[in-house]
Every structure is written in C-alpha cells, then in structure tokens.
Write a protein that binds this ligand. Structure first.
Ligand code: 6GU
Length: 226
C-alpha cells in the first residue's frame, strides 16, 4: 500500500518512522510519502487559506492549492481521506476496508477546514472520497487524526502483525470491548487474578472472557449493543 499525506506540518509525521509503523515500512508493506502543501503555492508567502465566503470566524483552505497538490499526488484508483470533525465516524470496519486499498491520500486541513468543493470535485472525478472524524471532540487540524487512522489501518494489512489472532480477539473486531487481561504475579497488592484464569479449563475461560466482554460493553459502551 502507498500512503501519501498532504499537510502544512510535514515535520509532524517524522514519528511515522518509529513505532510499529516503522516495521511495516521496513517490511515494504507500506510506502509512505509526506508532502508539504506549501510546495504547491505560487505566492511569496505560501498562502494556503483565505477568509470564508459568507463571513464567520477562522480561515478556509484554498481549493486551488489543494487541487494542484491532489492532481499531482492522486494515482488512478486512489482513496482520498479527509480528516474532519464534520465527517462520518471512523470505525474498525472502515479501517479494515481502507487496509485493502492500493493508495490512500490523507488531506490534512487546518483552521476551519478545506473548501468543500475539493471533496466534491474528486468524488465527481471518480475517486473514492471519505470525510472522516475520530470522535465527538475538536482537534486543531487533521494531522493527529490522520496519524491515528494510519496506525489503525496499517496494522490490519496482512503480514503486518506477528500474531494474527491478537487482531481477531481485540476490542471492536467483534463489536464488543476486549476482556480484561492479567499476568504474573497471581496476587498483587491484595488483588487476585480471577480464579478461573488459573484453572486451565479452556472452555470455562472462554465463557468467562465472553461474559466480561458483554459486562464491560454494557457498562462502558452501551451504544455498541444497539
Ligand atoms: Cl478527523 N479532525 C479534527 N480537526 N478534529 C477532530 C477529528 C478530525 N476527529 C475528531 N476531532
């Protein structure tokens, strides 16, 4: 998979080289390219934004600058991802879908977002375009959100994780939160590991874990149970 990131803060993505993502890069599973949006400006100030039509607070990122950049970076069949607090909610299911794409292009907007015609234009031109939000809170820009999405997506690329079972068992892959985990010592500061986990009885352990998943989800995320 090829991943391109367009941002006015390319330094932010230096962290892509470390952590788990660095491993995927070394294994040649992902080929990441970070671009400075200002490379596509033509004025001496490198202007990327302007005042909103209709008035109001903040600045809007200019369609002409984004258009020039995306025309250069989008390859045929690319999926354009625009992080935005006004987008649809990013989920584990969407991460799994995006993990199968040949090219993902993240357009990181700042300020009050990107001129709405940019998403419109590339959808009309035949690209898949997703405006996605991490959750119901506001970040300063799309960079942190893009980074989180890139991590969620790339770890699902086949061959990325050492232990495929740990992906199957983790939170959200079955619509439930993960069960609690423990390791030695069996007793710590007066707190004992649930006895069933020490029993060696695999069916009972599986049943206990499933019950814990349901109880946790009911308590912490009842919205997931519908
Ligand atoms: Cl994707 N962008 C911004 N700016 N804020 C957010 C977000 C995205 N998701 C949650 N908050």
């Amino acid at each position: 998979m090829r991943i391109d990131v367009l941002t006015i803060f390319p330094e932010f993505f230096q962290v892509l080289d470390v952590s788990l993502l660095g491993k995927a890069r070394q294994a040649a599973l992902v080929d990441t390219h970070v671009h400075d949006l200002r490379d596509w400006t033509h004025d001496v100030h490198g202007t990327v934004d302007d005042a909103p039509f209709g008035g109001g607070a903040g600045m809007v990122m200019k369609a002409d600058v984004w258009g020039a950049a995306l025309d250069d970076v989008l390859q045929p069949g690319a999926h354009l991802v625009i992080p935005s607090p006004a987008g649809t909610r990013f989920t584990q299911g969407q991460a799994a879908e995006l993990a199968t794409e040949s090219q993902l292009v993240f357009a990181c907007g700042r300020y009050e977002g990107i001129d709405a015609r940019v998403a419109q234009h590339y959808a009309k031109a035949g690209f898949s375009v997703s405006e996605v939000s991490l959750g119901d809170y506001v970040l300063n820009g799309g960079e942190v959100a893009a980074f989180a999405m890139i991590e969620a997506i790339t770890r699902l690329i086949p061959g990325f994780m050492g232990n495929a079972q740990s992906i199957v068992e983790e939170s959200h892959s079955d619509g439930l939160l993960e069960y609690p985990s423990y390791t030695r010592p069996a007793s710590w500061r007066g707190l004992d590991v649930p006895e069933v986990l020490l029993s060696g009885h695999h069916a009972k352990i599986a049943q206990w874990r499933h019950d814990q998943q349901l109880a946790r989800t009911r308590e912490r995320r009842p919205d997931l149970l519908g």
